[in-house]
Design a protein around this ligand. Structure first.
Ligand code: PLP
Length: 401
């Protein structure tokens, strides 16, 4: 069966050059970077080369990059590390309602420990309003955390403006840029970013490795105790092969950035246009222009994203939906609801995230298969007649609200 991978926002395949290099650092060059003999020095050198490649991708200094186990750990380290270290200064954090759970759940944990968190709303395109950020600031605010690009609908936030505001007010600014790093040009100085989270497996690198960029001078404390790795911020023997892989992936992303964007964005626009031409009663979710090069997210009225997903899978197309089925609940995503979408519309959402390995033939195959699936599901849908007249919220499909 033909297989088409349209789920690059969930994870990307490891680049073959990256994988080859990683193998070297698992077999012959297996040293512990903390050892002073040849093997250790060789591994340590490779880790630091990776560090400078990551720094170069973001216009950062090499010593401002700290390797972690991925996006989730970087988010937790940024939020909790800054919160704990700056407790005397204030206990207020500003974030948004559409963040990844790594941010939202870390914030909930901080709320239990005496911190206050403001979750900013977004507009119908999932865009944060800079004025809202400004109005939420109090004399207790120590940190603002706004994601660079949303993982579900792809909306790119006004990061430069928010960074500028934070800078003027003397408040630290963190951004979860896991979806953007490697897929969109970012310069931490141009964007006034103090801290930035990223993950290897979203940019054709390996899983289980990521980094946190921390601007020199930011007051932050470590969350785990042990050895003095990563300049005492992140104890534990370095994931050398993972770090080397991430470094190579970052280097390739920097060198190939404009070609990759042009290729992926071209396919994305063809897919969006084709879906709009072939399928009636749909809505494109997320901002039309300010969106990730590879993100396509539509709501298909009167049907469920989950059924679409399963039917696409049977045709070899891998996508993702806005209902968190894996969590044992069919409740629609917090992102789509924060955009003001009704439960019905949110249930019918489908994300197709494109990557550098995709081709125009993939897009055409999807445009051949998807309209047929939508038509079939709609002909069977009990929602068809009723929801057309009265889209309700809360809806009948959720387990609870
Ligand atoms: C994938 C993702 C994460 C989590 O990264 P992991 O490396 O999988 O822990 C965090 N934030 C966003 C926006 C993501 O897309």
């Amino acid at each position: 069966m033909r297989r088409v991978y349209f789920d690059h926002s969930a994870t990307t395949p490891v680049d073959s050059e990256v994988a080859t290099l990683m193998m070297e650092y698992m077999t012959e060059k297996f040293g512990n970077p903390g050892s002073i003999h040849f093997f250790g020095r060789e591994a340590n050198k490779a880790v630091n080369e990776a560090r400078s490649n990551v720094a170069a991708l973001l216009g950062a200094n090499t010593n401002e990059i700290f390797f972690t186990s991925g996006g989730t750990e970087s988010d937790n380290l940024a939020l909790k590390g800054v919160a704990f270290a700056n407790r005397k200064k204030g206990n207020h954090i500003i974030t948004t309602a559409i963040e990844h759970h790594a941010i939202l759940h870390a914030c909930e944990s901080l709320e239990k420990q005496g911190f206050t968190v403001t979750y900013l709303p977004v507009d119908e395109n999932a865009m944060v309003n800079v004025e809202d950020v400004k109005n939420a600031i109090t004399d207790k605010t120590i940190l603002i955390s706004v994601m660079f690009a949303n993982n579900e609908v792809g909306t790119i936030q006004p990061i430069k403006e928010i960074g500028q505001l934070a800078k003027e007010k003397g408040i630290y600014f963190h951004t979860d840029a896991v979806q953007a790093v490697g897929n969109y040009p970012i310069d931490v100085n141009e964007y006034n970013i103090d801290m930035l989270s990223a993950s290897g497996h979203k940019l054709y690198g390996p899983k289980g490795v990521g980094f946190l960029y921390i601007r020199k001078g930011v007051k932050i404390e470590s969350l785990q105790q042990g050895g003095s790795q990563e300049r005492k911020l992140r104890a534990g023997t370095e994931n050398v092969s993972g770090i080397v892989g991430l470094g190579k992936a970052a280097e390739k992303a920097r060198l190939e950035m404009s070609e990759r964007i042009a290729h992926v964005q071209g396919l994305r626009d063809n897919l969006i246009k084709g879906i709009q031409e072939k399928i009636p009663d749909i809505k494109l979710n997320g901002h039309f222009e300010k969106r990730l090069p590879g993100n396509v997210n539509f709501s298909f009225f009167y049907i469920e994203g989950e059924s679409l997903l399963l039917n696409l899978d049977m045709k070899g197309i891998a996508a993702s939906s806005g209902s968190a089925c894996t969590s044992g609940s069919l409740d629609p995503s917090h992102v789509l609801l924060a955009m003001g979408m009704t439960h019905e519309t949110a249930h019918g959402s489908l994300r197709l995230s494109l990557g550098r390995g995709n081709t125009q033939a993939d897009v055409e195959y999807c445009l051949e298969v998807l309209p047929q699936i939508v038509e079939k599901l709609r002909s069977m849908s009990p929602l068809n007649a009723t929801s057309k007249l009265a889209p309700s919220n809360p809806c009948s499909q959720c387990h609870h609200h």
